[in-house]
Design a protein around this ligand. Structure first.
Ligand code: 5GP
Length: 191
């Protein structure tokens, strides 16, 4: 039996979660959301975009592994594709916020949770300001949310990884994946 690994990757807006996730070499789950499409979004690649009614139907029909409301919109993980990839032995990566992450951990205690933090708050501020897609007010709001998320990350996640140099953060998480897989393998020998 070649079971995979569930890896949850969270972190504040602007920390580089999506870039890191793409470099890990696993299968990245595509979420459903009700938030409006942004420039650069591609239906079925960055998200599956739905209206609230459709999303609520998905909740009621138990199609989502977890879901949460963030910034006034629903976000959720379609259950079936994640399960199929897990059963195939893939490392299944969920790039999700903290409430959804807690739900994944409750459902799959074996899931590995990684919280990505910026090297400093000032670096995060500079990255958010550099995006120029948000107003100064919006940046302040995101920083306030980031502060709360980082507190939760430090307290509740299995690992906290600093994203200073991208390659180092990616290597560190790859290392975590390998050692968690080995640990599981070693334990399963006694079952
Ligand atoms: P954004 O709108 O900037 O793409 O995402 C906002 C937040 O929602 C990010 O923290 C992102 O990781 C999180 N998110 C994306 N997909 C999901 C999901 O399926 N479930 C949960 N709980 N959060 C998600």
């Amino acid at each position: 039996m070649s079971e995979g690994l569930y890896l949850v990757l969270s972190g504040p807006a602007g920390v580089g979660k999506d870039t890191v996730a793409k470099l890990l070499g696993g299968w990245i789950s595509v979420s459903a959301t009700t938030r409006p499409e942004r420039p650069g979004d591609v239906e079925g690649e960055t998200y599956f975009f739905h209206d609230r009614k459709t999303f609520e139907r998905m909740i009621h029909e138990d199609e989502l592994l977890e879901y949460a409301e963030y910034n006034g919109n629903y976000y959720g993980t379609p259950a079936t594709p994640a399960r199929l990839h897990y059963e195939r032995g893939d490392t299944v990566i969920f790039v999700i916020e903290v409430v959804g992450a807690a739900k994944v951990k409750a459902r799959f205690p074996d899931a590995v949770t990684v919280f990505l933090v910026p090297p400093s708050f000032e670096v995060l501020r500079a990255r958010l300001e550099g995006r120029r897609t948000e107003s100064a007010e919006e940046v302040e709001k995101r920083l306030e949310i980031a502060r709360r998320e980082i507190e939760i990350g430090r307290r509740d996640y299995d690992y906290v990884v600093v994203n200073d140099r991208l390659e180092d953060a990616v290597d560190e998480i790859k290392h975590i994946i390998e050692s968690e897989k080995e640990k599981r393998h070693a334990v399963s020998d006694f079952e």
